[in-house]
Ligand binder design. Sequence first.
Ligand code: PHE
Length: 340
Amino acid sequence: MEKELNLIRENALSQIESSKDTLSLDDIRVKYLGKKGSLTQVLKSLGNLDAEKRKEVGILANKIRNELEEKIKDKKDLLKIKEINEKLQNEKIDISMSKKCSKKIGHKHPLTIVLDDIKEIFMGMGYSIFEGPEIETTYFNFDALNAPIDHPSRDLQDTMYVTDDICLRTQTSPVQVRTMLNKKPPLKVICPGRVYRSDSVDATHSPMFHQVEGLVVGENVSMADLKGTLELFAKKYFGEDTKIRLRPHHFPFTEPSCEVDVSCFVCGGKGCRVCKKEGYIEILGAGQVHPNVLKAGGIDPEKYTGFAFGLGLERIAMTKFGVTDMRYLYENDKRFLEQF
Ligand code: PHE
């Protein structure tokens, strides 16, 4: 019997020692010390022994029982601490770990990319940014720009009218006069914004598009300054080798007026698909500010002169990024927008 008890003891101790969690410890307890446990069975069978032997074996069995209970308790305490530590370890939040974003962060629209680049170049040349309203009076949109009611250019820039004398601006040029009424020369501004025309939507037209107006007014500001400024802009924006070309044109609010082309940034002027074999791409309209416009802005044309230019953001974005249909710019299809 002592032999059996010692075997039970050894087995139990080694199982307690090697148990890995509190649950398996409970199993060990039941196996040896539970109601039907092997040690309990031995204790129960003591009745069959004679008094002397019963006492002897009883003492040993109880000693083993106490020893096992104590060992189980000690091991349980140890395992509990281990389990708590593991749990803490597993549930620890690593605040330095980068967050996996379920929501994708968007990025700039191609028109915004172009506008930001243009702004940066002109701000680097000391220009400030000035904005005007999209719903504009016909006075600022046309009359103050030297295009009175019967001027044929008003037909070319038909727009949506709110009343007879309030319309959606057809160009950013009205901001020229608004700027002059607000700032004293010398002044250098660019005025970005949306403009509207009653055009049907197709690959190259939209009833709403974007322009950036430029205006410089000061003493002795000449056409040469305009050319130098635009040349610098073209080189910075399209690349150092870019050349510009001025073609005579007519705008009511500038005199003389011109359209400005840049040498194709893809073929360098040889002629390719992007420049439609022209070698040059038209990017803006410009000229010296007409004396009547200076007067409308409260500036003395005898003392001051200036130049102005207006460029279309869509056209620049389309040529720069090789976009063949203007509608892509407004559809907000992520598959398109993600390419820039
Ligand atoms: N406003 C003109 C247009 O929309 C462009 C322009 C601006 C021309 C400034 C000359 C000077 O076509």
